[in-house]
Ligand binder design. Structure first.
Ligand SMILES: *[C@@H]1O[C@H](CO)[C@@H](O)[C@H](O)[C@H]1NC(C)=O
Ligand SMILES: *[C@@H]1O[C@H](CO)[C@@H](O)[C@H](O)[C@H]1NC(C)=O
Ligand SMILES: *[C@@H]1O[C@H](CO)[C@@H](O)[C@H](O)[C@H]1NC(C)=O
Length: 423
């Protein structure tokens, strides 16, 4: 079988799997079987790096046993620990065999830290070098870094999907573990700078800012509508709502959990908000399409636009529409606001942008590595959840789309393969 046809089969397999291919591994479940890494596993969950790992099709996790992880984490901010865990996640597949077969005995691998865009230069790369005597060492790609981190043993492999390897010590570069937390950031100032002045004013005058602040330390995600969102048709006149209803509406715009965009994308169950409780569910569901994330409130939907601050375990995301819960606006004497679909169902999924690739470039590139430039995969007729009854049904499949796009894509790939074979 030719290389080309093998490649095509790989590509096709990745697509036929569709969404499930992306969920082919669960690092939390894998490490759950190994008590030696329970601390590492716990930090992967707290920082939500676990979600970033699970979203990758091909990944190698370099894990530290509890003793080494405990010294790494001692007195560090969660933000610093998150940076380190991202650096320990290589966006390439290395099992023991491949580590020892590295051509030339040395290679650079890109990591999750590199793809976050917060680090510059080669800080997000790891140098893997065969140190001879059968030892393989890992070091930051920053010149002068020492190979203090050695490969000690293989923990678990799912071929071409995930490899978990134990290392003896953390891979570090100067400054990695000093990542400052911005927990003293002034939320109202941040919101104003992000174009959410109306929302910022409302949370101050209603006192909801205090509720946010007391929830922050244990995980909080704020979905802040921008100023345009409050002017949109269909948004009820807030001055006609009771104070209690304004408070509930604003509490509906925050979840008592740390849910950066990567975690929203992986979320399968309805998200509880600060408004959830005795008087109703006040939940949000999430629809993901390509890199777009849409929140489905009871009465409308809203695209997640940007990240204002991501400071584990706290983050603020902006949203394009005010989220209108059915519990407040779907019944009662007030007529329900008209539905304003804010996400065009005819938008094709955003093409997956290529991300910094492994320097050795032998293996598939990191970001959804097996995806060729994809044709639009979903028909324009397929609409996101937009009926109130459907949106209010929390048991509904939150990921929306039902049509299986894999068959036409498979045909396209087959054609693509034939061309490759003929050329
Ligand atoms: C991964 O496994 C953990 C532990 O078994 C489980 O709680 C979690 O829901 C799983 N995540 C996904 C995305 O399936
Ligand atoms: C890895 O580091 C070693 C020692 O600094 C260096 O000799 C080697 O060239 C580096 N490997 C790569 C691929 O840059
Ligand atoms: C945040 O900034 C605003 C405007 O400058 C100020 O009024 C407020 O007191 C500050 N809040 C905190 C907690 O420092």
């Amino acid at each position: 079988m030719g290389v080309a046809s093998f490649l095509v089969i790989l590509l096709a397999a990745a697509f036929v799997g569709g969404r499930t291919a992306v969920e082919a591994h669960n690092i939390t479940a894998i490490l759950g079987g190994f008590p030696d890494y329970s601390l590492y596993n716990s930090y992967l969950s707290q920082t939500k790096v676990a979600d970033e790992i699970n979203a990758r099709e091909t990944v190698t996790c370099l894990v530290l046993p509890n003793g080494a992880m405990s010294s790494l984490a001692a007195k560090r901010s969660l933000v610093a620990i998150k940076a380190a865990l991202r650096l320990f996640t290589l966006l390439d597949y290395f099992d023991a065999q491949k580590l020892h077969d590295i051509s030339g005995g040395t290679v650079l691998s890109t990591t999750l830290l590199q793809t976050t865009g917060v680090v510059h230069g080669n800080l997000g790369f790891v140098n893997i070098t065969d140190l001879k005597g059968g030892r393989v060492g890992f070091a930051s790609a920053v010149p002068g870094s020492k190979f203090d981190s050695l490969y000690t043993k293989s923990v678990k492999q799912i071929p071409y999907s995930i490899s978990v390897l134990e290392i003896s010590a953390p891979i570090v570069y100067p400054g990695l573990l000093d990542s400052p937390t911005k927990s003293d950031a002034n939320v109202t100032v941040l919101l104003e700078q992000a174009g959410c002045k109306t929302f910022s004013g409302l949370i101050v005058t209603s006192g909801v800012l205090k509720n946010y602040q007391s929830a922050m330390a244990n995980g909080l995600t704020v979905f802040a509508p921008n100023d345009e969102a409050f002017k949109a048709a269909g948004v009820p006149d807030l001055s006609k709502l009771s104070n209690a209803d304004v408070v509930t509406l604003l509490e509906y715009h925050a979840a008592p959990d740390y849910l950066p965009k990567a975690s929203l994308m992986m979320s399968k169950v309805p998200i509880r908000t600060l408004a959830s409780g005795g008087s109703g569910r006040y939940e949000l569901t999430v629809t993901t399409r390509g890199d777009d994330v849409t929140l489905n409130a009871g009465m409308d939907t809203s695209r997640v636009a940007s990240t204002v601050i991501d400071d584990a375990p706290f983050c603020i995301l902006t949203v394009d529409s005010v989220l209108l819960p059915a519990e407040l606006f779907g019944k009662g004497p007030n007529p329900a606001p008209s539905l304003v679909p804010t996400v065009s169902p005819s938008l094709p999924p955003t093409a997956v942008a290529p991300s910094p690739s492994t320097v050795n470039a032998k293996a598939p590139s990191p970001e959804r590595p097996l995806s060729p430039p994809a044709p639009p995969m979903e028909s324009p007729g397929e609409s996101p959840v937009d009926a109130p009854e459907a949106a209010a049904d929390s048991k509904g499949e939150p990921t929306g789309g039902t049509a299986d796009p894999s068959v036409p894509v498979f045909l396209v790939l087959t054609a693509f393969g034939s061309i490759l074979l003929l050329s």
